[in-house]
Design a protein around this ligand. Structure first.
Ligand code: C2E
Ligand code: MG
Ligand code: MG
Length: 835
């Protein structure tokens, strides 16, 4: 093993001594490297030259000084161990040298020289130990200093060091700040007397004693201490005890000021109490909308207690007034960190709903991240109800509950806007009761009020739900009728409304009859804004007042039309009585033989002033007024009377077709009527035929089928008139017991000039034949049409080509003459002309 060399420096002026020592080393310490200096100067020179001895053996007295000088130069902090060698009797000096830093000394003698290797080995061991101890002590000192500095400077913890008796030994800056005493004021004073209120002295002293005795610090806790200025401060106090061997125990106290925390706690407490007792409902959710807290008010409003709603999704209170789209929008706003405010119609636990004003705000942490949402909700159901009530009161007439002027204005504006888009018309009807003032004055205001209420009810009942009835005040009402397709409808409705007021009002044991005058303006013809429409309806109403109990349009031409219609209507009512109605007969001709096989009775009205009025003009009016029912009955009776008369005069008559109107078909019992008339007259049913149109049958096919079958069972023939104009389904056609299918005149008119019309005609003929029904063409005016029909297998025709509708006597002449189609027209050659 390679033992490291030991550098040994011998400082000795006596060569014999030096040699004796060297010899001893050569003998006893083989790895020693010896250097010998003869004086202090040489010693210094060797060091300066870089010699770093492991140990120095130095004679006390040297020619150029004493070993004490060398020790003094090191100033007690030797870099290497120095062992002093003295002459016998110099021991006192040697002791002084040791005090000055020498490690050991020997008294020179031949024995001590011989034992030098052992001395050196021991000295080196001791030196190593000493060095280690020194390092430890140094680091300990540094560490203590470090901690002291740390405690000294720490800002938030007030640190006090004190003895077992309580005498303050350490007082850091934070203690100065917290308690108001400077370190100079505090050090040396008793901690208890300085900070602790007298009543706690005894307890604290006991605690300190206990701590000192056991070495165990008591657990930390809150203390209320007194500052220099007399104020108190609550601190969280922790203790520790420091024991150093041989030194009295040192106690340390670490106080943390709780003032801020207490304040925050109090603040929090205050806030949570405020939230808890808030008159508004509060709900706190996490960022995903999961409920974390609701306050008692919330529970009272919604019925949900905290425990049953905790952890559930806030969606469960989803507003009934928000669409899924609006809910998505709300979430989007909140996710961007904005506040949301609004009024919601929300659901209670019991399923009921309530109105609430809601404000939802995000809560952010110091980093700006949203951690919660706070929803403050206030039940505003009562307010809403009140608002609705106010709204109702501000928009309705108190006496009748009808809309008032403001609401009317609103609705009218809307209706006009809507009509503009949809192309419909809006009618504004201003209705004023006739002689109301007289009734009011004579029968009293209470009666008047009741009468107004009764009128309001009747008006309300006579219009549709979408229409508005308003009272403008007094006895003035406005009806707003929307979505009309024609001004004509307004006329019908006006008649109905006035009619609804006609029957007597029974009030307070009395019976009063009342009429009203009504003015009509129509948007957009008579204006598009509310003021104009009402003012024009008003003008019309004054017009109507002239003939009490009537209505008038603002537009002159409408009035004209109304007047004419009304005139026509009353004239038509009298027409039957005055025998102004009569029938023409138009023959139906067989296309194969060219002979008359039937005829159609067509109604005519000889008006005293207007002359002959066409059915197209008066039949729709008769339909609308219901006059068609007695008129239709008259036609049937007249036809049967006529046929009987012809037969009575020996004429061979064909079957006569009678047109039946829709109303006639629907109302009354047609089979019963026909059976009765036939029975009364004794006419063979085969001489009667009925013509009906598609639309009247298709209205209610099941009922139509029953009626048709009942008629058919009587032995009467049936024709489907104007075929091709309606929308008969073939399926139904199959079920109805028709004998003839009459192709509408419009198709015949164009059949020879328009290929598609021609195709319609040919397909109608084949449909009829497929169903086993005869096809009749109406309105045949030309030979070309006739040839076309013949060529396509049509069975019968009717039209001016053969004969116009004729008065009964003239038609009888045709029968008597047995008038036929000219033979030439029946030749197949005719068809060439067409092709
Ligand atoms: P409709 O039943 O289709 O009657 C045929 C109409 O065509 C008749 O018109 C007739 O005069 C006309 N007409 C006949 N041949 C020709 C022709 O070659 N060319 C032209 N241009 N017209 C021709 P009218 O008499 O004016 O009757 C019109 C409609 O009035 C009838 O159509 C029918 O629907 C209805 N009508 C007539 N009389 C009565 C009736 O007593 N009761 C009912 N409810 N309706 C009737
Ligand atoms: Mg007809
Ligand atoms: Mg017809």
């Amino acid at each position: 093993m390679n033992v490291p060399q030991k550098q040994i420096l011998i400082v000795e002026d006596e060569a014999a001594h030096a040699e004796a020592i060297a010899r001893a080393f050569r003998k006893g310490l083989s790895n020693a490297a010896l250097t010998i200096s003869g004086s202090l100067q040489e010693y210094r020179l060797a060091i300066t030259r870089g010699l770093r001895p492991d140990i120095v053996l130095m004679d006390l007295n040297l020619p150029d000084g004493s070993a004490m000088d060398a020790l003094a130069a090191h100033d007690g902090d030797q870099a290497w161990p120095i062992v002093i060698m003295t002459a016998y009797g110099d021991e006192k000096l040697a002791v002084a040298a040791m005090k000055a830093g020498a490690l050991d000394y020997i008294v020179k003698s031949s024995e001590t020289f011989a034992g030098m290797p052992q001395v050196v080995e021991r000295a080196l061991r001791e030196w190593t130990l000493l060095q280690q101890q020194k390092i430890m002590e140094k680091s300990l000192r540094e560490s203590e200093q470090r901690f002291r500095t740390l405690f000294q400077d720490i800002q938030t913890v007030a640190v006090q060091g004190y003895t077992e008796e309580g005498t303050i030994r350490f007082w850091n800056l934070a203690s100065e700040k917290l308690y108001g005493y400077s370190a100079a004021e505090a050090l040396g004073r008793n901690l208890l007397e300085l900070l602790v209120p007298p009543e706690q002295h005894e307890a604290l002293r006991a605690a300190i004693r206990e701590m000192a005795a056991t070495g165990q610090a008591p657990p930390g806790g809150e203390l209320t201490l007194v500052r220099k200025n007399g104020s108190t401060v609550t601190v969280y106090s922790n203790h520790t005890i420091l024991r150093k061997p041989g030194a009295p125990a040192e106690l340390f106290c670490f106080d943390i000021d709780l003032t801020e925390r207490k304040r925050a706690e109090a603040e929090l407490q205050k806030l949570s109490l405020a939230v808890e007792q808030s008159p508004a409902a509060v709900m706190i959710t996490d960022p995903c909308g999961v409920i974390e807290y609701v306050n008692p008010r919330f529970t009272r409003i919604t019925g949900y207690a905290l425990e049953e709603i905790l952890g559930r999704d806030a969606d469960l209170l989803t507003s009934v007034s928000l669409s899924p789209e609006q809910i998505r929008e709300l979430r989007k706003i909140l996710a961007t960190g904005q506040e949301w405010q609004g009024e919601l119609h929300s659901r209670r636990k019991d399923g009921g709903s309530f109105w609430e004003s809601v404000s939802i705000s995000p809560v952010r942490d110091p980093m700006g991240t949203i951690t919660h949402y706070v929803a403050v909700r206030e039940d505003i159901t009562e307010r809403k109800r009140h608002e609705a009530e106010l709204e109702y009161l501000s928009t309705h007439d108190e006496l009748t509950g009808l809309a008032n002027r403001a609401l009317l204005q609103d609705r009218l504006e809307q209706a006009v806007r809507h009509a503009y888009r949809s192309g419909h018309l809006v009618a504004v009807m201003l209705l004023d009761l006739d002689r109301f003032k007289f009734i009011n004055d004579s029968l009293g205001h209470a009666f008047g009020d009741e009468l107004l209420r009764s009128v309001a009810q009747r008006l309300q009942r006579s219009v549709r739900e979408v229409d508005t009835v308003a009272r403008l005040g007094g006895d003035e009402f406005v009806l707003l009728l929307t979505e009309l397709t024609a001004a004509e409808n307004a006329r019908l409705l006006a008649g109905k409304i006035l009619g609804s007021l006609e029957s007597p009002h029974r009030l307070q044991g009395r019976e009063v009859t009342l009429t009203a005058s009504l003015g009509i303006s129509i948007a957009p013809y008579d204006g598009c804004d509310v003021a104009t429409l009402i003012s024009n309806a008003d003008i019309a109403m004054y017009q109507a007042k002239k003939n009490r109990g009537t209505f008038a349009f603002y537009a002159a031409e409408m009035n004209q039309r109304v007047c004419e219609t009304l005139e026509l209507e009353s004239a038509l009512r009298l027409a039957l009585e005055r025998q102004e109605l009569f029938l023409h007969y138009q023959p139906k001709v067989d296309l194969a033989s060219g002979r008359i096989v039937g005829c159609e009775a067509l109604l005519r009205w000889q008006h005293p002033e207007r002359g002959l009025v066409a059915p197209a003009e008066f039949i729709p009016l008769a339909e609308e007024t219901g006059l068609i029912v007695p008129i239709g009955r008259w036609v049937l009776q007249e036809v049967i009377r006529q046929v009987k008369a012809w037969q009575g005069s020996g004429l061979k008559t064909p079957a006569v077709a009678v047109n039946i109107s829709a109303r006639q078909f629907r109302t009354g019992d047609l089979p019963h009527l026909i059976r009765k008339i036939l029975a009364d007259s004794g006419l063979e049913p085969g001489f009667l035929e009925l013509e009906l149109t598609e639309s009247m049958i298709m209205d209610d096919p099941a009922k139509a089928e029953m009626t048709l079958r009942a008629v058919k069972d009587l032995g009467v023939s049936l024709s489907l008139d104007d075929f091709g104009m309606g929308y008969s389904s073939l399926n139904y056609l199959r079920r109805f017991p028709f004998d003839n299918l009459k192709i509408d005149r419009s198709f015949i008119r164009d059949a020879t000039s328009n290929a598609s019309e021609a195709a319609v005609v040919t397909s109608i003929i084949s449909i009829a034949h497929n169903l086993g029904i005869a096809a009749i063409a109406e309105g045949v005016e030309t030979q070309r049409q006739l040839a076309f029909l013949r060529q396509n297998g049509c069975d019968t025709f009717q039209g001016y080509l053969f004969s116009k509708p004729l008065p009964a006597e003239q038609f009888a002449d045709l029968l008597r003459e047995d008038r036929r189609l000219p033979d030439a027209w029946l030749q197949p050659a005719c068809s060439q002309e067409i092709c």
